[in-house]
Design a protein around this ligand. Sequence first.
Ligand SMILES: C[S@@+](CC[C@H](N)C(=O)[O-])C[C@H]1O[C@@H](n2cnc3c(N)ncnc32)[C@H](O)[C@@H]1O
Length: 301
Amino acid sequence: MAAEVLDALKPRANGRYADGTLGGAGHAAQLLAASSPTGWLSGCDRDGVAVEAAQKRLAEKFTGRFEIRRGNFSEMAGWIPAASCNGVLLDLGVSSPQLDSAERGFSFQNDGPLDMRMDDQQKLTAANLVNDLEAEALAKIFWEFGDERDSRRFARAIVHDRALRKFQTTRQLADLIGRLAPRHGKKSHPATKVFQALRIAVNDEIGSLKCGLDAAVKILRPGGRLAVITFHSLEDRVVKEFGRERTRDYTFSGEVDVPELRSPRVPELKWVSRKAILPGEAELKENPRSRSAQLRVLEKN
Ligand SMILES: C[S@@+](CC[C@H](N)C(=O)[O-])C[C@H]1O[C@@H](n2cnc3c(N)ncnc32)[C@H](O)[C@@H]1O
């Protein structure tokens, strides 16, 4: 979504930009190139490996024009000055290097430890959840974060199996789900949703996103834009709901929105494109992982 992000944020010289999800710094490099020669970028990632890669890549061409920190984007407003940015980017989810490194434990395609932490300084891993949570709590994760219809059955089977042998590897878990729900010609692996759900839970992705959106608005200056790329409906729902709430021209007292209890206000944000922007044909061909990406853009009033 490189072209779409540039089109949304319209980087220019002297502009200040924040990238809360640096990854390999692909987008960050483009923001810096497009805002040459004086644009500035503040960037972070919670993954130490990504921060190192981003630092190296950006230093090749943009020395003196960026600041990078390791950390959660939910804490961006703690180090990026309020109302300072012309554009903020959140490109959510996991990166290809994370997915492709077996030892990070994100993927059921490669066998690795059942880990799934974006930040390896964090204690909680996927193995902790799978081996320690009660069946009901596990099922709730599979249902809420994975939309997994068989959440209860899978959770009960996990609890049964782990009494015999703790879950240590991605293959162990993927094989169990595969036995419980054979593919029957379906394209996706039966463990896809369970893995997504565990990853979201381990990294508290929804909690971080809610705080991150709030932080992004704080660091944006009036007229500045927020671009968010989501990869599944749960994330997208959070962004849509956030946008709906902050673009409303009234507040309401009480639990429900009834016209009698509304008071007018100037909305904090406006939609630049209310409809999600989807990747083009060429990108889908080149990068099949982009098929579920959706970009939404908001502007601060
Ligand atoms: C899809 S990749 C970003 C790729 C990047 N835009 C690029 O061009 O290379 C997502 C990155 O965001 C990071 N990430 C996800 N949630 C985060 C959070 N709450 N705080 C900081 N980084 C996060 C992940 O570690 C991963 O490196």
